[in-house]
Design a protein around this ligand. Structure first.
Ligand code: NIG
Ligand code: FE
Length: 417
């Protein structure tokens, strides 16, 4: 059944000629059609334009019965893409939240066997079905918060069996929800306690045991390593990325959250689709990113939650880079997948303009998960993932009203959810 949305006050991120991503000065431009319509057919964006041009969709050309929505006073956005999450996890970690308020740091908690290892213990005990049920609740929540495609990582398994268990849950989410899902293998998220005295043995296990199974069962498209101070070194990261590449897994890595770890340069060297976090980014790192195909992906939710230094988004954009934003949805450093909030944090904390933040959560976020051909903007032939807002006075009002739920109707693959 066709879906026609008419009288749209502003149709946001409408592209006549779709782009892979936007960078530098172009990030401050968002194409908007005022007084617009959009026609969805078979789950795909079929046509859009000014209301004065709507006659070309005329009754004769539309499927009957067509569903018509009058969006007077409202904005229509392409759904958010969220290119970095860990939303498959068991339970929660609010006791560590309280420990940090009492003065412990994230690294101190991790070195005592908390943090990622705490989630790994909980995940080990949770049956696969229970993990799936918990994750689907989070998926439902982010769908209603405007997300239409999400990348999900493993990394709370830290054993072959449990990493595979997580990746199977991610596969089930892809098969059972309306949201687009990309899977990333993150066996190198932390070194399990029992391997602390012989970390190479764990890395060998990732390379010789986990990666071949992940690849042969087609459980992930990307390989990630937490390449950072206190986690995995550049040399260890290189070994893992090379093994992943041999099996066709594209790198997409955690870098420079805890220090100038060399992770950004390593990601660029191995053709990473994205390098993520980047709280510690200087001139050398920006130089490495310029001219690479690697998308710097910033996670202001984690920086806010952990009180980390802020990624220099302004410097990156002013240097001509593309920037994407992601939620990092996880129980330890960013327990939210609300991309509207992340967009606001991009503006408030990282000093991105509303238009820059919008590009960062749509087209550039799609690029950071390898789906900008089909997602991330309103363009003919792209998947009809859209949301209609409540009445809005302007685009900037959307991130400005940072605590308000302004999303009224969600449409995924052409269906009203
Ligand atoms: O992206 N930085 C590494 N991993 C996650 C945190 C995971 C956790 O604390 O559970 C992150 O912030
Ligand atoms: Fe992360």
């Amino acid at each position: 059944m066709d879906l026609l949305i008419k009288n749209i006050s502003s149709l946001v991120q409408a592209e006549a000629a779709p782009r892979k991503f936007v960078k530098g000065g172009d990030m401050s431009v968002v194409q908007i059609i005022n007084d617009a319509f959009i026609l969805v057919r078979k789950g795909v964006i079929h046509d859009f334009g000014k209301m004065t041009e709507i006659s070309r969709t005329g009754p004769g050309t539309m499927d009957k019965p067509a569903k018509v929505i009058d969006a007077a006073g409202r904005f229509v956005f392409p759904s958010f893409c969220d290119p970095h999450t860990h939303l498959v996890y068991a339970g929660s970690r609010e006791s560590e939240f309280a420990d940090r308020i009492r003065g412990l740091s994230y690294l101190e908690i991790a070195s005592r066997g908390g943090g990622i290892l705490n989630s790994a213990r909980r995940l080990h005990e949770a049956p696969e079905d229970e993990l799936f049920i918990q994750a689907m609740k989070r998926i439902d929540e982010i769908i209603h918060q405007g997300t239409g495609a999400v990348e999900i990582k493993s990394g709370y398994g830290l054993s072959t069996l449990d990493e595979i268990k997580m990746l199977r849950v991610i596969k089930r989410i892809r098969e059972n929800s309306h949201v687009g899902v990309k899977a990333t293998f993150l066996g190198a998220h932390a070194v399990p306690v029992e391997f602390r005295d012989d970390r190479n043995r764990y890395i060998d296990m990732i390379i010789n045991e986990m990666i071949p199974i992940v690849a042969s069962e087609e459980l992930a498209e990307f390989v990630d390593v937490f390449c950072d101070d206190g986690f995995f070194s550049v040399e260890e990261t290189e070994r893992i990325l090379m093994a992943g590449l041999k099996y066709g897994l594209i790198p997409k890595i955690h870098a420079n959250e805890m220090g100038f770890s060399g992770g950004i340069q390593t990601g660029v060297k191995y053709g990473a689709l994205s390098v993520d976090h980047l709280e510690y980014t200087g001139d050398e790192e920006i130089e490495a990113l310029l001219g690479s195909g690697t998308i710097p992906t910033l996670l202001p939710g984690a920086a806010l939650f952990l009180g980390l230094p802020l990624s220099p988004a302004r410097k990156m954009i002013d240097a001509g880079l593309p920037v994407a934003l992601a939620s990092d949805f996880n129980p330890g450093s960013s327990p939210t997948g609300n991309m509207k909030l992340i967009m606001s944090l991009g503006c408030i904390l990282l000093k991105m303009l509303p238009e820059e933040a919008l590009n960062a959560v749509t087209i550039n976020a799609a690029a950071a998960m390898g789906i900008s051909d089909t997602h991330g903007s309103v363009a003919r032939g792209k998947v009809a993932n859209l949301f209609i807002t409540k009445p809005l006075p302007s685009l900037a009002y959307f991130p400005y009203a940072y605590g308000s739920d302004l999303i009224e109707t969600v449409i995924l693959k052409g269906k009203i959810i």
